[in-house]
Design a binder for this molecule. Structure first.
Ligand code: DGL
Length: 278
């Protein structure tokens, strides 16, 4: 691959990162991108810290090998469990000139301006919830005005999305169950963070069961906006990112399956290639 081809890498355990990718394409269409979905090994949300770190590391290194200087972890679970290690252990030793960014911090930074009651709900995978990343980051961002955070893990939502069961009665059942649990724990919540990039694909059904007046935060537009800021603040990186509007897709599962759902989610033709990680 020529040195002048330096796409932005976008990684997720599967299809969820496409909800971020879609907004990156809308906000920053000029860049080249490689999307990588580890569909064969997801869900990540139920896996241990060590496994999510190892899988994410393999994916990031693969994207580096393909020329990316900048990778966005379009996955909360990977951001919660692998980002810090990759930034603090791997990059300084192996790839000091490359950067990896996550999705949790940009989302959390919006929270103080969004909530009026100071009560926020977080829906995420088991891994994200157990990591306590959201409550910790929210506490850091608003030290003088404590925000009350209630988390609920929704382990069925990712398999529902990955299997394209979004419109099924099962989807409605599990969405209602998890939202009832969240608002049963704290009825004062006025802002719900969809802390998993797969969940926006369920927005229609989530809105059906969300109490009136509660705001739903999806991450795509926020992450795109923050990436734009980042590139403005790092002109040396921005200059290196190649800009011919090229998009490549890789999946660790069957490309045919990937393309079908990816087309649906992105609203444009996707032709992915198979890739093996690890
Ligand atoms: N999309 C990922 C996230 O944002 C999780 C999906 C999974 O469990 O694999 O957390």
């Amino acid at each position: 691959m020529s040195k002048s081809y330096q796409p932005i890498g976008v990684f997720d355990s599967g299809y969820g990162g496409l909800t971020i990718f879609k907004e990156l394409l809308r906000e920053l269409p000029q860049y080249d991108y490689i999307y990588l979905g580890d569909n064969a090994r997801n869900p990540y949300g139920t896996r241990s810290f060590e496994v999510v770190y190892e899988y994410t590391r393999q994916a990031v290194f693969q994207l580096f090998e393909q020329g990316c200087r900048l990778v966005v972890l379009a996955c909360n679970t990977a951001s919660a469990k692998a980002l810090r290690n990759i930034q603090q252990i791997d990059l300084p030793v192996t790839f000091p000139a490359r950067r990896v960014l996550g999705v949790i911090r940009p989302s959390v930074e919006m929270i103080p301006d969004m909530t009026k009651t100071g009560h926020v709900g977080v829906l995420g995978t088991n891994g994200t919830v157990i990591s306590e990343s959201y409550p910790m980051e929210i506490a850091k961002i608003s030290p003088n005005n404590p925000i009350f955070v209630t988390q609920v893990a929704c382990p069925m939502w990712v398999p529902i999305v990955e299997n394209n069961l979004i419109e099924s009665p099962g989807a409605a059942f599990f969405v209602k169950q998890n939202l009832d649990e969240l608002f049963g724990k704290d009825p004062l919540i006025d802002t719900v963070i969809l802390g998993c990039t797969h969940y926006p694909l369920l927005t229609k059904v989530i809105r059906q069961y969300l109490p009136n007046g509660v705001q739903l935060m999806t991450q795509g537009a926020i992450v795109a906006e923050r990436l734009k800021d980042y590139l403005i603040r790092h002109p040396e990186m921005e200059l290196d990112c190649s800009k011919s509007g090229r998009r490549e897709f890789f999946t660790t599962e069957s490309p045919d399956n990937f393309d079908q759902l990816a087309n649906l989610f992105l609203g444009s033709e996707v032709k992915s290639k198979h890739i093996k990680l690890g």
